[in-house]
Design a protein around this ligand. Structure first.
Ligand code: MG
Ligand code: ZN
Length: 223
């Protein structure tokens, strides 16, 4: 019985996610779903990315959090549309909730929607929310064993941001172990080593994101 109910929930989630994907395709908007554990640095990565790209593209952010508006408040100073979703206990975003947030945005004036999922490495990877790409955010402070312990996220992700590489000297994080575990799960997955205290480390990620925005929106490469 329980399995039957769960199947229904997952099926309804996929159907709604497909509707979202169709809508965003019609509107030429790229949607990026950032997934990582609490404290991996998702919000700060979004902030650093906004500083670089918000004058060039029209960006909105959907902030998923179990409780509080702390992260949404942090994004206010960038003067972009921010929609906060408090899940009140649910440990992931689903497509029905994300659809409500998307419908609060002016979709005719957007190029990119960031979704910061609820901090959790498990079920956000299971729930399609209609995104173009899932980005796995891992940080060196969490240890190099996360791909082995939470394989689904790294199978589903289209990109890995390995954050806080500046902390490696103070941890026992082994970057070779991390990279080879990711490669075993998903051989072609790009891994960008980033640190929010070193702006230059963000170049690869920013270039990748800009290329993805251009591919989706048709915005020409600035000369
Ligand atoms: Mg956050
Ligand atoms: Zn969950």
């Amino acid at each position: 019985m329980e399995i039957k109910v769960m199947k229904k929930v997952m099926q309804a989630n996929i159907e709604k996610a497909t509707e979202i994907r169709d809508l965003l395709n019609r509107k030429n908007i790229l949607m990026v779903n950032l997934i990582g554990s609490p404290g991996a640095g998702k919000t700060l990565l979004i902030e650093k990315t906004l500083v670089r790209l918000k004058e060039k593209y029209n960006i909105a952010t959907i902030e998923g959090d179990i409780a509080s508006n702390k992260d949404a408040l942090r994004l206010q100073k960038y003067r972009i549309p921010v929609v906060l979703i408090n899940t009140y206990g649910s440990c992931h975003l689903d497509s029905a909730t994300v659809e409500k947030a998307i419908l609060e945005l002016d979709l005719d004036s957007l190029d990119l929607i960031f979704v910061e999922n609820v901090g959790n490495l498990v079920c956000p990877a299971e729930f399609d929310i209609g995104e173009d790409i899932k980005v796995a955010v891992a940080s060196t402070a969490e240890g190099d064993d996360k791909p082995e312990k939470y394989p689904l996220l790294f199978r589903e992700a289209g990109l890995v941001l390995l954050n806080k590489v500046d902390l490696i000297p103070y941890t026992n994080f082994d970057i070779k172990i991390f990279n080879s575990s990711v490669r075993k799960l998903n051989g072609l997955l790009p891994i960008y080593e980033v640190s929010c205290v070193d702006e230059n480390s963000l170049e690869g990620w920013i270039d990748w994101l800009e290329e993805s925005i251009r591919n989706k929106t048709g915005i020409a490469v600035p000369i």
